[in-house]
Design a protein around this ligand. Structure first.
Ligand code: PEP
Ligand code: MN
Length: 338
């Protein structure tokens, strides 16, 4: 249910409504907009009649059901876009934010070189995997805790906030100690215990779409994180499985305007995994920005031919710099800052 308060409702009134919602067995989520305050009451649908009685309170304008299965993620609950600020970088605002770096953290030299070069080209966030979800158990699995330390060192050196994947609930705390944004990978989009755990971690979450996840299922995954108390979720379209084999996945850019209509959460596009080939990354990066994405996440490696994972889709730093120039031009053409 959405409880819309009258404009000018006092803090004490907001608190009182929240107390009543809690007493009815629902979790209140207060969203303060520029004009009025809205409280989302989330919980079991069976008690919704009790919530309707809140309409008799002086400070309450309306009580209406949330029609979508995802509640806190929906535009029904919050019309204004969610804007997330992390390490001095604002995601979901007018500026396009580019996150870039290697697929995997491989060594100190590799990471620091990649970090310096992506920063010089205009990336605002450093990416790099320390825990890698690999299809084969014999493939490089990441430097794990050592990789996290290197990411923290790269942040100290460059000042760029860091995004890295967390694959297991038990590792959430240590990843959150070293990283600024926790990435949930495509393969874990419906790992509900992990989603709940990152919901409690207090750091923004980059939630990738699964390769076989509908937009509704993806938004329900975001809902797990939001309902666990973390409002800072960034969605990331990274390609879905189709019959097409010319590219690694099919980058579903339809998802960008669809998510913008259904949800207030920011959405990024990953043209690296979405195509699987470095030659196609620039075109789909530009297309993602033109479609309305709030940012991009791009794999860059100083020497892609030596990469321990995802070399074929990784850009050399010079190509990334050229891509950034083109992305800036597209961003300006669609009235975004870059
Ligand atoms: C990655 O970002 O390197 C990664 C493994 O992404 P995805 O989960 O989208 O496959
Ligand atoms: Mn990768």
């Amino acid at each position: 249910m959405i409880i819309v308060l009258k404009s000018g409702a006092a803090d004490a009134e907001v608190d009182d409504v929240c107390r009543r919602i809690t007493a009815m067995g629902y979790a209140p989520h207060t969203i303060r907009g520029t004009l009025r305050t809205v409280i989302g009451a989330v919980g079991d649908d069976r008690g919704k009649d009790a919530l309707l009685s809140l309409e008799s309170l002086e400070c309450v304008e309306t009580v209406t059901p949330i029609l979508k299965p995802y509640k806190l993620a929906s535009r029904e609950v919050r019309q204004e876009p969610t804007v997330i600020t992390v390490g001095g970088v604002t995601i979901g605002g007018p500026a396009i934010v580019v996150m870039a770096g290697p697929c995997s953290v491989e060594s100190r030299v590799q990471l620091l070189e990649a970090a310096a070069k992506v920063k010089a080209a205009g990336a605002r966030v450093l990416r790099g995997g320390a825990f890698k979800p690999r299809t084969s158990p014999y493939a490089f699995q990441g430097l794990e805790d050592e990789g996290l330390k290197l990411l923290a060192e790269a942040r100290r050196e460059t000042g760029l906030p860091v995004v890295t994947e967390v694959m297991e609930p038990d590792k959430v705390d240590v990843v959150a100690e070293h990283a600024d944004i926790l990435q949930i990978g495509a393969r874990n989009v419906q790992n509900f215990s992990l989603l709940r755990r990152v919901g409690e971690a207090g750091k923004p979450v980059l939630l990738k779409r699964g390769m076989a996840t509908s937009i509704q299922e993806w938004l329900l995954s975001a809902e797990y994180i939001l309902a666990s108390g973390n409002p800072n979720v960034i969605l990331c379209e990274r390609g879905i499985r189709t019959f097409e084999t010319a590219t690694r996945y099919t980058l579903d850019l339809n998802a960008v305007p669809v998510v913008k209509r259904l949800s207030h959460l920011p959405i990024m596009v990953d043209p690296s995994h979405g195509t699987g080939h470095w030659e196609y990354v620039e075109a789909m990066a530009m297309a993602g920005v033109a479609a309305g994405a709030d940012g991009l996440i791009i794999e860059v490696h100083p020497r892609p031919e030596e990469a321990l994972s995802d070399g074929p889709q990784s850009l050399k730093p010079e190509r990334f710099a050229a891509l950034m120039e083109k992305v800036r031009r597209v961003a300006r053409a669609v009235d975004r800052d870059a």
